[in-house]
Ligand binder design. Structure first.
Ligand SMILES: C[S@@+](CC[C@H](N)C(=O)[O-])C[C@H]1O[C@@H](n2cnc3c(N)ncnc32)[C@H](O)[C@@H]1O
Length: 374
């Protein structure tokens, strides 16, 4: 079957975002000259011109997932789902060579999500059998296309996800370390710190290196999602393949990561290589207390351990105190930005907060705080 082209400007898109990062996402959307239509708790709905949509998808730092609605209809009985969805021109989005998965989260008139998922699947396959002869395949784990079915009261809606997994899954993480930050949260920490491209960042407890790798991706090519987009069947169908346009290697390194755990440093080095940014960052296996400052100003951006067990929490209190003393002594004129999952530890820094932001990611409640070191 020949691939059909679809006009991306016909759709309304939804970007989902962690609670607390709506403002960041809205600014990002409008900075791409896209039009915000409405907002909900989970994210922002928007429309726009093809080229602007494409650039936004390639470079969004804060979106977790992006989807667009292809059908919305009234439903008085669950049996109507099949009759309505067999009318959707599925062959515009799927082909007999693509695999798909349905994520069904329905209620009210479609109270059985699993039943609804099977009826939708039947309608897609039956339409293909009738129109094309051959059907797309179902794939639970690595589908080409993710179809999202939702219902509320007597309405059902069908959306397609631009990428079959989270956009932030940039594919560089082969070994995660103990508690890696999500990529879009690392982007939010960078944004909130006020860091700009030509400035130094030191992460004295870098773990698997997410904060620095995300900063390096921005320095290398603002299209930080290019890998996930280019491997997405739908992105390709809507916009065609995006071209790589990387910046040349830097003359001097501005990003420095340290960790006392050799396994963490090894995974940071491996992840940076996978991301193609190893020339932008220097990682070293060191306790933060041995880090030397060779700069007049810059950013210390970090995500220290916070400890969920009591004994870990006691050592985290001491660690926060020592880290703060060390920074005050050695990093005058720096901005110090911290993200923590335990706000009660921040008091042990004994520093005056300049600004702060609360966020919730799934069930993880975190806080980002900026301090000025004078
Ligand atoms: C929560 S993890 C950082 C995770 C990281 N942001 C990532 O995305 O992978 C905290 C890290 O602090 C490191 N750490 C703890 N105490 C340290 C110290 N005194 N000096 C350097 N690193 C330390 C741990 O080894 C751990 O890798």
């Amino acid at each position: 079957m020949k691939d059909k082209t679809i006009d991306p400007e016909k759709f309304q898109y939804h970007s989902s975002v962690a609670e607390g990062l709506h403002d960041f996402l809205e600014r990002e959307i409008t900075s791409h000259s896209l039009k915000i239509i409405s907002k909900n708790r989970g994210g922002v709905f928007f429309t726009g011109k093809k080229e602007n949509l494409k650039n936004f998808f390639l470079s969004t730092r804060f979106s977790s997932k992006i989807s667009f609605e292809i059908a919305k209809f009234q439903l008085t009985h669950p049996d109507e789902l099949y009759d309505k969805t067999i009318l959707i021109p599925w062959e515009n989005f799927l082909s007999n060579r693509t695999t798909f998965k349905i994520e069904s989260n329905t209620k009210d008139n479609l109270s059985h999500s699993r039943f609804a998922m099977y009826r939708l699947k039947d309608s897609i396959l039956d339409r293909f059998r009738k129109k094309i002869g051959e059907e797309p395949q179902i794939e639970k784990f690595k589908p080409d296309i993710l179809i999202i079915l939702r219902s509320h009261q007597n309405y059902a809606s069908i959306s397609l996800s631009i990428t079959p997994t989270s956009i932030t899954n940039r594919g560089y993480r082969t070994s995660g370390g103990v508690a890696p930050l999500r990529e879009n949260i690392a982007q939010a920490v960078l944004e909130f710190s006020g860091w700009e491209n030509e400035e130094v960042i030191i992460d004295p407890m870098c773990g698997s290196g997410t904060i620095l790798i995300e900063a390096a991706l921005l320095l290398k090519n603002s299209h930080i999602n290019i890998k996930s987009m280019n491997s997405s069947t739908l992105f390709n169908r809507l916009f065609g393949k995006a071209e790589m346009r990387n910046s040349p290697k830097p003359n001097s390194v501005l990003l420095f990561g340290y960790d006392k755990n050799i396994h963490a440093i090894n995974s940071a080095i491996e992840n940076a290589k996978n991301a193609g940014v190893e020339d932008w960052i220097r990682f070293e296996n060191k306790d933060f207390s041995e880090v030397q400052n060779n700069f007049d100003q810059g950013y210390i951006i970090t995500n220290p351990p916070y400890g969920e067990r009591l004994e870990d929490k006691d050592s985290a209190k001491i660690l926060y105190g020592n880290l703060s003393k060390f920074i005050k002594q050695n990093f005058k004129n720096f901005i110090f930005t911290i993200i923590t999952g335990d706000k009660s530890l921040l008091g042990y820094l004994k520093l005056k907060q300049k600004s702060s932001l609360n966020l919730t990611i799934a069930n993880w409640k975190a806080k980002i705080v900026n301090y000025e070191i004078n």
